[in-house]
Design a protein around this ligand. Sequence first.
Ligand code: UT7
Length: 334
Amino acid sequence: MMDKINAIITGIGGYVPEDVITNEDISKMVDTSDEWITSRVGIKERRILQGEGVGLSFMGTKAVEELFAKTNTNPEDVQLVLCATTTPDYAFPTTASMIAYSTGCKNAFTFDMQAACAGFIHALEVAANFIRSGRYSKIVVVSGDKMTSITDYTDRTTCPLFGDGCGAVLIEPTTEELGILDANLHTDGSGLEHLHMKGGGSAYPSSHETVDKRMHYVYQDGQYVFKHAVTLMADASIEIVERNRLTRDDIDWIVPHQANLRIIDAVARRMGVKEKVMINIQKYGNTSAATIPLCLWEYEDKLKKGDTMILTAFGAGFSWGAVYLKWAYDGKKA
Ligand code: UT7
């Protein structure tokens, strides 16, 4: 009998821009305060990618270059580059094609996929299935957003929330019981009206009118999204824990999407896990598809082979879910 193939993460790279926007900076733009943002959301500062014509592919290229250096990967061996983002450089071609080109992945095919803030966990499951098929052995998932490009700095209900960043992971096969062992992913399209960007797509193509009506920015019904994020991330996580017969003690790490510290705390509380929750929202804010890989990137040195993790996210669509992952290596790859 052939051994079952599992898909493991064998390395991680990340990138955040150097320029910082503090809560003080935001307080000068809109009627808000460090106290409000810190207590209601848990963010102290976020990063912004600046420069004309500089988009997500710039951060993605940096993250993938770091990934290749840390894993001694020859770019020509990569068979697929998959980019999860809501803020591609261009409507077309794909950002994945740009990143594959800039990093020398000459033999890869590429595509972008979008699941908003849940992009990374959705992309992991997609990549894992390419590996499980037995036809692919080296896949790069690059997941990030330049959220400041769609943030309205006159809207105090959204502008403190978002920042820019990108992560990248290498996915390879193993016959050990490690890697992406289960995924519990969901979509409910009725979320559209509560979280979207109206302009710039085929429904409302860019025009003077869409610009005048400020339709090229994130719109969010914060309270509605908050309630659904807490309930659905916790439900998806508990379901995946139960169906894999895990107990609270088996879980070494919760890796939650970083949208609001109060959401993270509520999900951890419902799961009965207080410690071992990865948190970096205070430094980067909500970087959408980048939040989970940037957590893994920063916590890499603390991770051990066999560590059991539940990754969970919620975002526009609504798209959400949880992934059960067993980490595949010890410590930080140099
Ligand atoms: O990543 C994709 C998924 N997104 C999320 O998961 C985000 C989910 N939502 C949230 O995290 C929160 O709902 C927000 C952070 C967006 C807002 O926090 P909230 O505790 O839900 O605030 P709220 O919208 O209920 O507003 C409370 C009060 C209001 O004032 P009144 O009506 O009580 O007088 C707002 O006008 O806070 C006011 N407010 C602000 N005050 C100071 C709203 N934004 C601000 C602000 N500074 N920036």
